[in-house]
Design a protein around this ligand. Structure first.
Ligand code: AMP
Length: 565
């Protein structure tokens, strides 16, 4: 059994490291140690998830369901400090992990020893002196927390957390608290864990990656790599795979025959049909089956195969036959109540464009032509349920005509797909190109920022953007940007902005409006979250507009116009 301290110590080491290569080495030696001295079949999976701040596999619907206030309550009880003091510490440190650490260091020993905890049977017990917690203990408690339901469940959750914080050392509690909120803040992403697994068990990185794309759980991949079984990993019906992605292209890319399809303006779905059982997953692989009974019914009646995994885009169409805004579809997807009323109000149309599994056989290693032929064979078309039309051509003029028709119908543009390409789960490559109108950029004022995390803790990691309101002279917030900025630029920008800092609370910085960023984005959406009433989807920094004053920034009227409002 491996102690949780070993994990916490590795996190502490990683927090002080800047290079991802070094981080990989630390994670890989942690995994190797567990495989040699621990209980690898359980602990490896848990640690491979914990290190990314996750408790359950990516594909799992289980949620911890612990919000900040429950967490503060548990830290308060374990440390003996009042909740108000815990909240104050959060404001001062800007981090629940540091808060837990400081609280437990400061905590009053006498009050700690008087508290009682729940053991695994649910009985109240006093903590035994000198107890250490193992990685498996932490997971078991978290699992019990996630599954606590009904009357008294909040109490149960707090008691489990209280037990963990009551037993943990201050450093352990720092990472415990962060895991509870599923934000480890040590800068470890999937890439590092994937490389670490390969390094720890002398496996090929590509094989680790492939297995991850297919089964969506680095925990399980880690255990499989230990047993050198990666090549046996296959698609499982009912378990979502990472969808194939597209990169930006243009008609100049058409140098051979391409399969041209409309790029529908809707949202991606992955449908798993296993006999009478149908499950639907969103682009982020959440199970959205319950909110889509209409699609489930169509799949059952219109897919002639017994088993299939299908890829497609769901579109909501308004009274004028044009696709409705993305937010309208989200109303369907996020719906938990009154689903049948919503089915009537916002009818959905499904355009299927791919198939990755058919009656026990994976199709990802067949080319698009073959997959498409299989798809057409098993779909009985219906006005709300069809295979996306496809034109095979090497003529850019024909592709352009399809593009114009898609835009006229209110869709986003076209997809250019290489008909000879295999299905590459989770990959963004040249085999799927998206062509859409280029968005005009926006010049926005930077009014706030956030310090980065982990190795970027001394750098500003993201910027709060605002547009200009000519009527009031105010700057109205519209979103945050953190992408499109290289490490080098981050350092330069941090220096530039240091002179404009007005105040700091935790990791949040208030900035004097002085600098204008030119921003590209994929879409402007209505939003209640920001004062401008709009938000940007996928904003990226193009350049700093040193030539512009804050008042020269784009106005809220221009944002409104671009949003089509
Ligand atoms: P983007 O989200 O801009 O990277 O574009 C890729 C997305 O376009 C996919 O994830 C799908 O949700 C969507 N899409 C719409 N129509 C198609 C199509 N015919 N083939 C593939 N993806 C499509």
């Amino acid at each position: 059994m491996t102690s949780f301290k070993e994990f916490a110590d590795a996190c502490e080491t990683i927090e002080g490291i800047a290079s991802s290569l070094e981080m990989t080495t630390v994670v890989s030696s942690l995994l190797r140690r567990i495989s040699e001295f621990g209980d690898p079949d359980t602990e490896l999976a848990i640690v491979s998830r914990f290190i990314m701040g996750r408790v359950f596999p990516d594909w799992s619907d289980v949620e911890l369901g612990v919000g900040p206030s429950l967490l503060y309550d548990a830290i308060s009880r374990a440390s003996g400090l009042p909740v108000t003091r815990i909240k104050q510490l959060v404001r001062e440190t800007g981090d629940v992990g540091e808060t837990a650490k400081v609280a437990l260091e400061k905590g009053d020993e006498a009050s700690k020893s008087q508290t009682t905890f729940l053991d695994f049977t649910g009985a109240d017990t006093a903590p035994a002196a000198g107890l250490t917690i193992t990685i498996a203990d932490v997971f078991e408690r978290m699992n019990s927390i996630a599954h606590a339901s009904g009357k008294g469940s909040q109490q149960t959750k707090v008691k489990h957390l209280q037990y963990l914080f009551g037993t943990a050392s201050p450093v352990e509690s720092k990472y415990l608290a962060r895991i509870v909120l599923e934000e480890l803040r040590i800068g470890i992403g999937e890439g590092v864990v994937r490389d670490a697994i390969a390094q720890a068990f002398s496996e090929d990185v590509g094989e680790v990656e492939r297995a991850y794309m297919l089964i969506n759980d680095l925990g399980e991949v880690s255990v499989t790599a230990l047993h050198h079984d990666l090549d046996a990993v296959a698609i499982m019906i009912g378990r979502p795979i990472k969808p194939m992605l597209a990169q930006l292209g243009s008609f100049d890319d058409i140098i051979a025959v391409y399969a041209i399809e409309w790029k529908f303006d809707g949202t991606r779905v992955q449908i798993h049909k296993d006999g009478d059982c149908v499950r639907i997953f969103s682009r982020r692989l959440e199970d959205v089956t319950n909110s889509l009974p209409d699609i489930v019914k169509l799949v059952k009646s219109r897919i002639t195969a017994n088993q299939a995994i299908l890829d497609g885009e769901v579109v909501a169409v308004g009274a004028e036959g044009k696709p409705l805004a993305f937010q309208e579809i989200l109303k369907r997807f996020r719906r938990k109540y009154d689903i049948s009323a919503m089915v009537q109000k916002i009818p959905l149309y499904l355009n299927l464009f791919d198939i990755v599994y058919l009656d026990g056989v994976s199709l990802i290693d067949e080319d698009l032509r073959a997959r498409r032929a299989r798809l057409e064979e098993i779909v009985a078309q219906h006005k709300q349920f069809s295979v996306a039309e496809q034109v095979l051509t090497d003529d850019p003029a024909i592709a352009h005509a399809v593009y114009q028709a898609a835009l006229d119908a209110g869709h986003e543009g076209v997809m250019l797909k290489n008909p000879d390409s295999l299905y590459s789960p989770g990959k963004r490559g040249k085999n799927w190109l998206k062509v859409k109108p280029i968005m005009e950029t926006l010049d926005l004022v930077v009014v706030g920022a956030d310090w980065g995390e982990g190795r970027r803790a001394n750098l500003i990691g993201s910027y709060l953007l605002a547009c200009y309101d000519t009527d009031t002279g105010e700057f109205l917030e519209i979103g945050r940007v953190g992408t499109g900025i290289t490490d080098e630029q981050l350092a330069e920008l941090t220096e530039l902005f240091s002179q404009y800092i007005i105040s700091e609370v935790g990791s949040a910085i208030e900035l004097q409006p002085a600098v204008v960023f030119e921003i590209v984005y994929e879409e402007i959406q209505k939003s209640k979250h920001y004062a401008s009433g709009y938000a940007l989807r996928f904003p990226r920094l193009v350049r700093v507009r040193f030539d512009k004053m804050p008042e020269d920034a784009d106005t809220v009227e221009r944002v409104e116009r671009l949003a089509g409002g």
